[in-house]
Design a protein around this ligand. Structure first.
Ligand SMILES: [Zn+2]
Length: 176
C-alpha cells in the first residue's frame, strides 16, 4: 500500500462518523503512524493486515455476491497488496477481477470513508477489513457470470452482519 496518508485520512473520516469505534481501531492508527514516521515497517510478521471488500448495490436494492471456490456466496474481498494505492483501489481491483467489465461508481459515504471497518479474527497478525459500497446497474453484470453460477444479485437480507446491512440500507435510502 503506497499511500498511508490517504488511509489515515479515510480512518479519520470514518471515526468522525463512528466515534464509538475509536478504541478498536486505535491499534491500526498507531501502526500506520509508526510506519509513516520511520519510513519502514519494524513489525516483522506481526504487521497488521488490511483487506478491502466491495459491496456492489444495484438500482433494485440488491447486493452482488460471488461464489467462492468452496461454493459459498460472499462479497468480493482481497488483501491490500504493495501495488494497491489505497484499500479503495484494491476493492475496485477485485471487482474488476471478479466481475469483468461491470461498470461501478462509488456511493456517497461520510467523506469517502469506508462503509464499515471490521476488526477480523486475528491469526498471526491483527486483521482489518475495509468495506466500500459501490453502485452498478443490474443489467451491466455480464449474463455469462450469472449463467455459470459465478455471480448473483441477492436481497439485502443476505448480508449477515446487521451493522453492514443497516449501513447499506442508509446508503440506498439516499439513492444509489
Ligand atoms: Zn509494520
Amino acid at each position: 500500500m503506497r499511500l498511508v496518508g490517504q488511509v489515515v485520512r479515510e480512518l479519520n473520516a470514518y471515526l468522525s462518523g463512528h466515534p464509538d469505534e475509536r478504541a478498536r481501531i486505535e491499534p491500526l492508527f498507531e501502526t500506520l503512524l509508526d510506519h509513516a514516521r520511520r519510513g519502514h515497517c519494524r513489525h516483522g510478521g506481526g504487521c497488521p493486515v488490511i483487506s478491502a471488500g466491495a459491496l456492489v448495490v444495484n438500482e433494485r436494492g440488491e447486493v452482488l455476491k460471488a461464489r467462492s471456490p468452496h461454493g459459498v456466496w460472499q462479497f468480493v474481498e482481497t488483501h491490500v497488496g504493495p501495488t494497491d494505492v489505497t484499500p479503495r483501489t484494491a476493492a475496485l481491483r477485485v471487482v474488476r477481477e471478479t466481475f469483468g467489465p461491470l461498470d461501478v461508481w462509488s456511493c456517497p459515504t461520510h467523506d469517502d470513508a469506508p462503509l464499515v471497518v471490521d476488526v477480523l479474527p486475528a491469526h498471526a497478525a491483527p486483521h482489518y477489513g475495509f468495506r466500500y459500497v459501490f453502485g452498478a446497474f443490474s443489467s451491466t453484470l455480464p449474463s455469462a457470470l450469472q449463467d455459470n453460477g459465478v455471480a448473483q444479485w441477492m436481497p439485502l437480507t443476505s448480508i449477515r452482519s446487521d451493522v453492514l446491512q443497516e449501513r447499506v440500507r442508509k446508503v440506498l435510502a439516499t439513492g444509489v
